[in-house]
Design a protein around this ligand. Structure first.
Ligand SMILES: Cc1cc2nc3c(=O)[nH]c(=O)nc-3n(C[C@H](O)[C@H](O)[C@H](O)COP(=O)(O)OP(=O)(O)OC[C@H]3O[C@@H](n4cnc5c(N)ncnc54)[C@H](O)[C@@H]3O)c2cc1C
Length: 814
């Protein structure tokens, strides 16, 4: 009788490092798991990886994930008896110009914020660790002692052995031909060896994942790209303890291998691969070495490591690897299909990420949620705008080419733009708008004063950038007169049905059982009380709500709301984003302007804060929502897209005498920081509860209504919190961009979740959690003496739990 299984609790498709790590972790969680590999384990991309394992990323939790890989690799060989080639030889990163040095010092502070030891070295100290390099052009270096390297195939086979030891069943030469669905529900997979009944499929198919997922309607935006590295013969002076080396200004990286060097790089003009599909039978296969394409890398490397000139070259490895439009991998349950999970698109750090990503994916499968917030890699950060393979490739080529370029604060991508445009795009552009992009949407970030000769483009720097003064101008116009923001890109949903109130009442933490016309700002919580969504709901009618959330959260929030509508309830969620343009009229003169263009009552009595009305403007039925994210009197005007130009013109015509001007998203950021409004994905998210975030007032604990997350919030309210979000103020010359370390009475207590400048208070502002295992209350937060570490230097700051601007809400409610 065949030992091929007929059932499994979950089937993992793909036996690279990610599939094997997921099997290892899922089996250890007690799951009956089967892994199917179409050829041999590691035969996809894994076998030809270089094997550097770095840890530091710009996000704390992704860094934590890579740190988990390091801890796992440290003990795996001992646990399984299978060699891994792992060694913790540390990682060096060089800086060869002033701006790179600033970047590296900022990275060192980020590492300190995340609890990693990252040391700054002089060029000579770096050379002592890596004697083969010349350092004439080096300004400084950073050293992360716990980084390392592994043998990719060995570590994968070790994970596979550990998975088997924990009960996983692994089959090679077994291609998954299709996923079976019955009425939209996964029932099994079909292979050449037979069918396996299973409710859960986990696609870890590397570069094959996009096509595989597409067969069940799931969009995984990745494309294969060529990636090359050279392997040398032995070189005198290359020792096994040599740290890995990254030389971003020369676009190259190095590691020791059998007494020689592996040297690879990120070309500015990368080459996509398999544009028309991956050839059949591609396994244990490399692409033809492309010496011409690699030559510029070689030139750069020779300048750093002269010994390469005379070293024998063993081989130039050219392997395909999956890359994504934003340079991060793709993890989680597909929004299009329940129980279809994805772990793919590892952007040449799948060996470094594999251990942690497998752990996180296994927990996601087993518990329905990742172990902690993984938004930067969450599959739901993408959506329909990432459907077209040509667009994905275009953007991915840019992201690949920027792998080692400077990671400027607020940097935007250039490629694949413009894509989604508000009807006002051309008008705003002619008016000096400089756009940014989010989920395909072009959004005005700021406006150059063309008449004054201001250049309408971003010029990036670690200092105050060229948009600092124009944003200050917009900021002040909003505080002193009125401005118009084009926020058409907002994600908008309609929830309809007789059970709409009951369904939303369960999902939302705030009370949405309000009369028609009421606006409710609410969080939506997970079972740990963490903030899964942060949005505004308008009660349109007895059986209808209109929900507005951030542009980038369209897929995520739609998924969260729709999947949490309790079974049996009659309520349907629709995405109506593309139907409505949004013009936000904000500032103390907003009412004067609005009153001029409508006959409807917009007085404070007739149209109070946190309500909505349909009002007529220039022939258009406008859904006006009296709400603000900038801390001023104002309305978000939601209108059918075809009226956008007409209403925009009417508002500007009426607003001229009141000083109305356009303003962009970067002003929204400086305004909201001053007002203390939180940003989801930065200041709040699934790892933060309302009480920790200072948003406990928006939770309906006093009402006798059960809601998702209530038990966790109640328990925490009784026990108290061990972290609290606070606002920090530093001198105007201190440049804060987030992730700076917070010190209280000399002790590290957290890091900034966001940072910027307050143009009204004239100071730098940051927000961040103050953490203390023994508990944190208001007295604890406000009693300490605080400093921020900025680019490795400490600067004094003050702290407050109250908004820095309009704490009494007088302006908002005026
Ligand atoms: C030249 C190069 C250098 C690199 N250097 C590094 C480095 O230094 N550090 C680092 O961290 N990363 C590095 N990487 C990246 C790393 O190799 C990858 O990120 C990682 O191997 C991806 O693993 P995976 O499991 O996602 O994919 P893969 O290893 O490709 O595994 C996917 C598997 O799925 C199987 N499969 C596909 N379809 C099916 C199906 N229908 N049924 C069954 N099985 C299927 C395939 O056969 C394949 O074995 C490098 C990559 C390249 C190309």
């Amino acid at each position: 009788m065949s030992d091929f299984p007929t059932t499994a609790k979950a089937v993992i498709v793909g036996g690279g490092i990610v599939g094997c790590s997921t099997a290892y972790h899922l089996a250890r969680l007690g799951w009956d798991v089967v892994l199917l590999e179409r050829k041999k384990l590691t035969s996809g991309t894994t076998f030809h990886a270089a094997g550097l394992v770095g840890q530091l990323r710009s996000n704390a939790n992704i860094t934590q994930l890579l740190g988990y890989s390091v801890r796992l690799y440290d003990t795996l060989e001992q646990e399984t008896g299978q060699a891994t080639g792992w060694k913790m030889n540390g990682g060096l990163r060089l800086a060869c110009n002033a701006e790179r040095w600033t970047e590296v010092r900022r990275q060192a502070t980020t590492a300190h914020s995340f609890g990693l030891d990252m040391q700054l070295l002089t060029p000579k100290e770096a050379q002592d660790l890596w004697p083969l390099m010349q350092i004439d052009d080096v300004m400084g270096a950073a050293f992360l002692p716990t980084d390392g390297q592994a043998n990719p195939s060995d570590i994968t086979l070790s994970l596979a052995k550990g998975a088997r030891q924990a009960g996983a069943r692994i089959f090679e030469d077994t291609k998954v031909l299709s996923v079976e669905l019955e009425k939209g529900v996964i029932t099994g997979v079909v292979t050449g060896k037979g069918r396996i009944e299973t409710p859960v499929v986990i696609a870890c198919c590397g570069q094959w994942t996009r096509a595989f997922a597409k067969s069940v309607g799931v969009n995984v935006p990745l494309v294969p790209m060529q990636h090359q590295y050279m392997v040398t013969e032995r070189i005198a002076g290359v020792t096994p303890s040599l740290p890995t080396l990254r030389d971003p200004d020369r676009l190259t990286y190095y590691k020791e291998e059998v007494g020689g060097l592996v040297m690879g790089g990120y070309e500015p003009n990368p080459k996509p691969w398999a544009v028309d599909g991956i050839p059949q039978g591609f396994h244990y296969t490399l692409l033809d070495s492309d010496f011409d394409h690699f030559e510029p890398m070689m030139e750069l490397a020779l300048g750093r490591v002269p010994a390469l000139e005379t070293a024998g070259i063993k081989t130039l490895v050219n392997g395909p690897e999956s890359f994504t439009p934003d340079g991060n991998f793709i993890l989680g349950e597909a929004p299009e299909l329940r129980n279809f999970f994805v772990g793919a698109g590892f952007n040449a750090f799948g060996i470094a990420a594999g251990g942690g990503a497998g752990m996180a994916l296994a927990e996601w499968v087993a518990k329905g949620e990742p172990p902690f917030d993984l938004w930067p890699v969450d599959i739901r950060r993408f959506g329909r705008p990432h459907f077209d393979s040509d667009w994905i490739r275009t953007r991915t080529v840019e992201a690949y080419g920027k792998h080692y370029t400077m990671a400027w604060p607020s940097e935007e991508h250039d490629s694949g733009r413009p894509c989604r445009r508000s009807p006002l795009y051309e008008t705003l552009k002619a008016g000096g708008a400089v756009f940014g992009e989010k989920l395909g949407w072009e959004r005005p970030n700021w406006y150059a004063d063309l008449a004054e000769g201001e250049e309408a483009r971003d010029i990036y720097t670690f200092d105050r950038p060229n948009w600092h003064a124009p944003v200050g101008r917009e900021h002040r116009a909003c505080r002193e007169a009125a401005v118009l923001f084009d926020q058409t890109s907002f994600a908008k949903f309609a929830l309809k049905g007789p059970d709409a109130e009951a369904a939303l009442g369960w999902i939302a933490a705030n009370d949405v059982a309000r009369p028609a016309g009421a606006l409710v700002y609410t969080q939506m919580l997970n079972d740990r009380g963490g903030i899964q969504c942060d949005l505004t709901c308008l009660r349109v009618a007895e059986n209808e709500y209109y929900i507005v959330t951030g542009t980038g959260f369209a897929t995520h929030d739609f998924d969260w709301i729709s999947r949490n509508i309790p079974a049996g309830m009659n309520a349907q969620l629709f995405d109506v984003t593309s139907a409505y343009a949004v013009l936000s009229l904000m500032g103390p003169r907003a009412r004067d302007i609005l009153q001029k263009v409508t006959r409807d009552d917009v007085s404070n009595e007739g149209f109070p804060f946190a309500t909505a009305r349909t009002i007529g403007i220039a022939g258009c039925p406008v859904n006006a929502l009296r709400v603000t994210y900038v801390g001023e009197l104002g309305w978000e005007l939601h209108l059918p897209v075809e009226y956008a130009a007409t209403v925009y013109e009417a508002l500007h015509a009426a607003g001229a005498e009141f000083g109305l001007s356009n303003a962009g998203y970067r002003a929204i950021e400086t305004l909201r920081l001053e007002k203390g409004y939180r940003a989801w994905g930065a200041d709040i998210g699934p790892d933060h509860t309302p009480d920790e975030a200072g948003l406990g007032w928006a939770v309906k604990l006093k009402k006798n209504i059960d809601f998702k997350g209530r038990a966790a919030v109640e328990a925490q309210r009784a026990a108290g919190v061990s972290k609290r979000l606070a606002t920090f103020v530093a001198a105007p010359e201190v440049i804060l961009s987030g992730r700076e370390t917070i010190y209280r009475n000399g002790e590290r207590v957290g890091y900034l979740s966001s940072g910027g400048f307050g143009h009204t208070i004239g100071k730098s502002i940051g927000m961040g959690y103050v953490r203390h295992a023994g508990g944190v209350d208001a007295a604890f937060v406000t009693s300490g003496s605080y400093e921020l570490e900025v680019a490795t230097e400490r600067v004094p700051c003050s702290v407050t739990l109250a908004p820095l601007y309009d704490a009494g809400m007088e302006r908002v409610r005026a």
